[in-house]
Design a protein around this ligand. Structure first.
Ligand SMILES: [Zn+2]
Length: 391
């Protein structure tokens, strides 16, 4: 072999050695790369765990609010029942409560299935090989992913699939309060987002029901007030009517004996009362008042007043009557006309059998007036016109 050939062979040999055996620098670089990859994986793991913790915390807070809102809904329903609200008014609340109950069950079932509430990064150290606590990556990814995205989920992110745990996050821009209660801000998974919306719905429906119940109660109170006022007014009116009636009865009783001190036909005009519908005639006041009442009923029946021919008759008048009419007039000093309690009536009443006479026979008693037995058609001295007050 020529020298040149040997040199080439050696060079090739060295070259081959250099190709298959890595230098110290190469080994260091590889190690560094591996370490870096491991560190990146650790960072990713830590980040995924932090996300899991945030998701869990947020859900726990929303569940807590859900429980208190469900209790509030129960109070609202009791209020509605007390206010006698219709089922129609309470129906939206019932629906919202039912939905909330289902979601609470779902949330609790999920939480029980994946207890991620206690992250344990310290136990295995930062260089833990697997990012997921689930036994295999495929199983870990499959577990939360099938959660259907609600179409009305607000601020839903475009579901990035960078890491398995991130696939469950549907909302990152989340409200800081739920039903007025502060909750930790952070990512939400689909169930938490739906639960949050159901909580808001129940809170609103409860408030609405309570509002209607209060308005209803106010209306009922107003109605009760009006009814009470009407009852009080009616009671006052009844009391007033009773007072007036008692007063009239007392007055009438006083009038009944008001002429007792006078002799027949000797009553002064001042002690008598005019008959209101025919003031040219006078009677004892109670007789006059009751004749007016009888006349009012007579007007209702015939459209005209009762015709009065004679009423109080003084002793002088009784003598004159006897002189002109003879036995048609009572002996002077004995006639009821002299007591202011008798009238002679006309306008048809003076004749037995007329409509007017029959009506008076049927109705006069109610007002204390009567046709005395002796004056009746079958009496000792029939006088259809002569009526006396006996009330
Ligand atoms: Zn008479």
């Amino acid at each position: 072999m020529a020298r040149g050939a040997v040199a080439v062979a050696m060079a090739l040999s060295v070259g081959a050695y250099a190709f298959t055996v890595p230098s110290m620098a190469d080994v260091t670089a590889q190690r560094q790369a591996a370490e870096q990859a491991q560190e990146e994986q650790a960072v990713q793991t830590a980040s995924a765990e932090a996300t899991e913790v945030a998701l869990t915390e947020r859900r726990a807070a929303v569940v807590q609010v859900a429980d208190s809102v469900a209790a509030r809904a129960q109070v609202a329903k009791e209020t509605a029942s007390a206010a006698a609200l219709t089922a129609e008014v309470v129906a939206p609340l019932d629906e919202a409560v039912a939905e909330l109950g289902e979601l609470l069950e779902l949330a609790r079932a999920e939480s029980a299935a994946s207890p991620v509430s206690a992250p344990e990064p310290a136990a295995t150290g930062p260089a833990a090989p697997l990012p997921q606590s689930a036994p295999s990556p495929t199983e870990g990814a499959a577990e939360p992913a099938p959660e259907p995205l609600p179409s009305d989920a607000p601020a839903a992110t475009p579901t990035p699939s960078a890491s398995p745990s991130e696939t469950t996050i549907v909302a990152t821009e989340v409200p800081a309060t739920v039903a007025g209660v502060d909750v930790p801000q952070g990512p939400e998974d689909a169930t938490t987002a739906r639960l949050r919306e159901a909580v808001e719905k129940v809170a609103q429906a409860s408030a609405q029901v309570v509002l209607v119940a209060e308005a209803n109660s106010a209306a009922v109170e107003v109605a009760a007030g009006v009814q009470a006022a009407a009852a009080a007014e009616s009671e006052r009116a009844a009391a007033e009517a009773a007072r007036v009636a008692a007063e009239r009865a007392a007055t009438r009783a006083a009038w009944r004996t008001s002429l007792d001190k006078y002799s027949n036909g000797q009553v002064p005009e001042s002690a008598l009362c005019d008959v209101a519908f025919d003031p040219s005639h006078e009677l004892r006041c109670d007789a006059a008042q009751q004749l007016e009442q009888l006349d009012a009923a007579y007007v209702d029946a015939f459209g005209v007043h009762i015709t009065i021919s004679d009423s109080y008759r003084s002793l002088a008048g009784q003598y004159a009557c006897t002189r002109t009419k003879g036995s048609l007039c009572a002996a002077p000093g004995t006639s009821n006309h002299g007591l202011g309690t008798a009238v002679d009536l006309g306008g048809g009443i003076q004749t037995f059998g007329t409509r007017q006479h029959r009506w008076l026979v049927a109705n006069a008693d109610e007002y204390g007036w009567t046709l005395p037995d002796w004056a009746r058609a079958t009496g000792s001295k029939p006088e259809a016109w002569h009526w006396e007050y006996v009330g």
